[in-house]
Design a protein. Structure first.
Length: 206
């Protein structure tokens, strides 16, 4: 009789493990597919998610994102470009500031560039949201690396924006180690879908 409840517990635990594996497998596929979507829609702004700057110059990954955003802007896909990203300890410049300088050097008017900050995806959106709202912007084309596109869009959507995907086509992040980025995004998206993206942001800073 004593083994009956124990067997039941093991069956429940086993079922939960199987369901968890299936859940994260489906999430992985969704993250992968979203990174291959490219919208043909226009929007009110292009939202560039921040990544590393090096001595007040954009890293190759950030350059790729800015180059892609600038091409969309030149094609008339949106009248504004919103740039985001903060700074690490010891940095003189912010990622958003470096991005703005890059775009201004290529002829984008300062009035067409909206500045945010933030140390993660949630903060990127949250810090630029007031500037977007001042211009009554609700639709954005999200520009980031393919592996990050799903979480970027979900985070923008959870803060009241309507995002359209436009991941970088030739990301500097490639090669054998790329699977680690997809695994990280799968885990974070999978958790955030249950707990919420704001809570995920808070956990990442603990």
């Amino acid at each position: 009789m004593i083994f009956g409840p124990i067997k039941f517990v093991f069956r429940v635990v086993g079922l939960l493990l199987v369901l968890s594996v299936l859940y994260f497998c489906v999430t992985f596929v969704q993250v992968w597919l979203t990174g291959r979507e490219h919208t043909t829609k226009d929007a009110q702004a292009i939202l560039v998610f921040g990544t590393a700057e090096l001595n007040c110059r954009p890293s190759q990954e950030l350059t790729d994102r800015l180059h892609h955003a600038f091409a969309l802007y030149q094609d008339g896909r949106a009248p504004f470009i919103a740039v985001t990203g903060g700074s690490q300890k010891g940095d003189v410049c912010t990622e958003a500031g470096v991005s703005a300088s890059y775009l201004e050097a290529r002829g984008v008017p300062k009035t067409a560039i909206l500045l945010g900050r933030g140390d993660d995806t949630w903060q990127n959106v949250a810090t630029v949201l007031p500037a977007l709202r001042r211009h009554h912007i609700t639709t954005v084309i999200t520009v980031t690396d393919p592996f990050h596109e799903d979480r970027a869009m979900a985070t923008a959507s959870s803060q009241g924006l309507t995002p359209y995907p436009s991941p970088v086509s030739n990301s500097a992040v490639r090669g054998p180690g790329l699977w680690r980025y997809y695994l990280k995004e799968t885990l974070e998206v999978g958790v955030a879908r249950v707990t919420g993206y704001h809570l995920l942001s808070q956990w990442l800073h603990v």
